[in-house]
Design a protein around this ligand. Structure first.
Ligand SMILES: C[S@@+](CC[C@H](N)C(=O)[O-])C[C@H]1O[C@@H](n2cnc3c(N)ncnc32)[C@H](O)[C@@H]1O
Length: 269
């Protein structure tokens, strides 16, 4: 049985590992920004901003008046000072705490590749969109790659010993829903007057399947790195690589497909 996922302290993240695929990870961010309708003097928040490098780009691209970049990882925010721009500030806070603090405060609530870390999207979406002022916009991107073996494997291994005992039975759950579910929720539950929901397959040619290991080390495996004892995580990683290669072989190059959901909506006045 899958137990309830504990809240993240954000300590499993490794900025350098995440930046390993800098350009590939940035592409959906730019695509998401492309959905935003430009307005003058916008007040913006970027939820789960990471180091803030892309937030700084967004702030300048929109000519925003104010941007509050939010993340709960001290490790990611530790890199952020270099990206500070006039009108921008960083805040170390959990996204759902920020939602309580900043009710109706922003013209745009933006989040790229972060909301998949919050469970129960039925409850999460009304909370994060409550930060949007009436008539304002939100733009969210979440990975939708649960059908790829490389993304199923972390939980498969976590259910086996010795990892299951070390994790106390915890397995990272993937809360991401279908594009149709989000479109319907935006319409029926949030009352969006206008919306775009898009499924996009990003192509990442890799030297071999082992490239996937480097990719997931910078994202989904950070969850297990945070929760496993330090001496057990290398074994977990070793097992991941072994099983991945056993299943997918070692074609070189390997064409890695990464599916993502991009959504944009305008809240009712
Ligand atoms: C995959 S990174 C994305 C970073 C950045 N948005 C980008 O596009 O490059 C996810 C970020 O979300 C942050 N995060 C995850 N859950 C969070 C939460 N509940 N509250 C605040 N930040 C969170 C993590 O610390 C991490 O920096």
């Amino acid at each position: 049985m899958v137990q309830q996922q504990s809240a993240s302290r954000g300590t499993g993240w490794q900025p350098a590992q995440y930046a390993h695929f800098h350009d590939e990870r940035a592409r959906p961010f730019y695509d998401l920004a492309g959905l935003v309708q430009r307005e003058a003097d916008m007040r913006v928040t970027d939820l789960g901003c990471g180091t803030g490098e892309l937030t700084a780009w967004l702030h300048e691209e929109l000519g925003a008046k104010e941007t509050v970049a939010i993340d709960n990882s001290p490790v990611m925010l530790g890199e952020s000072a270099q990206y500070l721009r006039p009108g921008m500030r960083f805040e170390q806070i959990d996204i759902l705490e920020a939602a309580k603090k900043y009710q109706g405060a922003f013209d745009l609530v933006f989040s790229n590749a972060a909301l998949q870390w919050i469970l129960d999207h039925e409850s999460m979406l009304p909370q994060v969109t409550s930060m949007v002022r009436p008539g304002g916009q939100f733009a969210f991107q979440v990975p939708n790659n649960g059908g790829h073996f490389g993304h199923q494997l972390p939980a498969i291994i976590a259910r086996e010993e010795p990892f299951a005992s070390a994790l106390g039975g915890l397995v990272r759950e993937d809360p991401v829903q279908t594009p149709e579910w989000y479109a319907t929720f935006l319409h029926d539950q949030l009352g969006c007057t206008d919306q775009r929901v898009r499924l996009e397959v990003y192509a990442h040619p890799m030297d071999s399947t082992r490239g996937i290991v480097e990719w997931v080390k910078g994202s989904v495996l950070s969850w297990y790195r945070e929760r496993l004892p330090a001496d057990l995580y290398p074994k977990y990683l070793e097992e991941y690589e072994k099983r991945l290669v056993a299943k997918l072989g070692e074609p070189s190059p390997y064409f890695y497909t990464f599916t993502r959901i991009l959504m944009w909506g305008r809240m009712p006045e």
